[in-house]
Design a protein around this ligand. Structure first.
Ligand code: SAH
Ligand code: SF4
Length: 341
């Protein structure tokens, strides 16, 4: 069976012609799938009975399955989605009480090859890249299920998006065009694949960049993030400045606070110095527990002190609210596991 949510508009037009239907039917079909989040062909009231019957014989609306769905006490919803080959990834839907924004946190790969020591996905290793449609279908699937319209997308689920570069850029185009989400509302988070940061500035649609820094110096960073051995902080700083200059946009610097490791006064001052010439906002992420790792949550007072020191350097600093920790949906807790309950 063909899965029509993996088809471009042009491919749907060819399909309509093959089924001896006028080309404009494809546009209607496309609208039902991407704008009206239809579940099945029966709902598509302006298509002829005959066309729908022909479609039913050869196709389904989508082949992405919702394997499990968990709702956190804070309203965060974590979906475990299954693709045709049986691989699963999480997509997390976050609503913030005081805002009408609805943010989807999407995965770009099954697993991840980067192996950051504090991250559950990294512990799992790399399984495979997601296709562009598999990425975009995460948003479509949760819209269809929740009957809500996603307004913002962050590539902060499983995987390193810049290691799946072509599919990432195509997915961004589909999300922007078919799902009508503005490019400024799409954020790509990376651990720092430097050549791809440069390449990102050459794209026709350039998303907001979030950079996972997590340490202000080479020796600590290489201990917790293997990528530092390949792409080090000096080179990273150059790439970030280039991104600033080329796009005019501020970068979001993500910094996971690991208790008694990178959350000290000295580290805060060292970080402020490192970021001095970079146009950025800083997002502090108190570490979320992951079973196998040896790290600790930071003390609240250290989080406040860290924030205070960085603000003193003139940067805007936010502390990321922990979302969905009771259902293992918080940052770093995603690993595509099937829950048996
Ligand atoms: N691979 C990309 C995007 C996915 S991870 C990246 O690393 O940027 C999204 C964010 O969650 C990253 O900043 C990552 O470092 C952070 N993260 C990973 N494990 C975490 C944990 N246990 N607690 C808090 N944040 C974590
Ligand atoms: Fe991969 Fe990001 Fe996890 Fe590092 S933090 S292992 S780059 S998903």
């Amino acid at each position: 069976m063909k899965s029509l949510s993996n088809f471009t508009l042009e491919e749907l037009e060819n399909l309509a012609l093959e089924l001896e239907e006028p080309k404009f039917r494809a546009k209607q079909l496309h609208n039902w799938i991407w704008t009206k989040s239809a579940q099945n062909f029966d709902e598509m009231t302006d298509l002829s009975k005959n066309f729908k019957e022909k479609l039913q014989q050869i196709a389904v609306v989508t082949n992405v399955k919702i394997k499990t769905k968990q709702v956190s006490s804070d309203g965060t919803i974590k979906y475990l989605l299954e693709y045709e080959d049986g691989e699963c990834v999480e997509t997390v839907l976050m609503r913030f009480d005081n805002r009408s924004n609805l943010t989807a946190c999407v995965s770009s790969q099954v697993g991840c090859a980067c192996g950051c020591d504090f991250c559950a996905t990294g512990k799992r290793g790399f399984i495979r890249n997601l296709t562009a449609f598999e990425i975009a279908n995460q948003i479509l699937t949760i819209q269809r299920d929740s009957k809500l319209k996603v307004t913002n997308v962050v590539f902060m689920g499983q995987g390193e998006p810049l290691n799946n570069f072509e599919n990432l850029n195509l997915a961004i185009k589909i999300i922007n065009d078919y799902l009508q989400i503005g490019i400024r509302r799409i954020t790509v988070s990376t651990c720092g694949i430097i050549p791809k940061i440069y390449d990102l500035t050459k794209q026709s649609l350039i998303p907001t960049l979030a950079l996972s820094l997590h340490a202000p110096n080479h020796s600590l960073r290489e201990k917790i993030m293997p990528i530092e051995k390949k792409h080090n902080l000096d080179e990273l700083k150059k790439a970030l400045k280039f991104f600033n200059d080329k796009t005019g946009d501020r970068i979001t610097i993500e910094y996971v606070l690991l208790g008694n490791l990178n959350d000290t006064r000295e580290m805060a001052f060292e970080l402020a110095k490192f970021l001095k010439d970079i146009k950025c906002n800083i997002n502090l992420i108190p570490y979320n527990s992951v079973d196998e790792t040896k790290y600790k949550k930071p003390d609240k007072k250290n989080v406040m002190m860290f924030k205070y020191i960085l603000e003193g350097s003139g940067k805007k600093v936010t502390v990321r609210l922990e979302r969905g920790a009771d259902i293992d949906a918080a940052c770093g807790q995603l690993r595509g596991k099937v829950v048996n309950n």
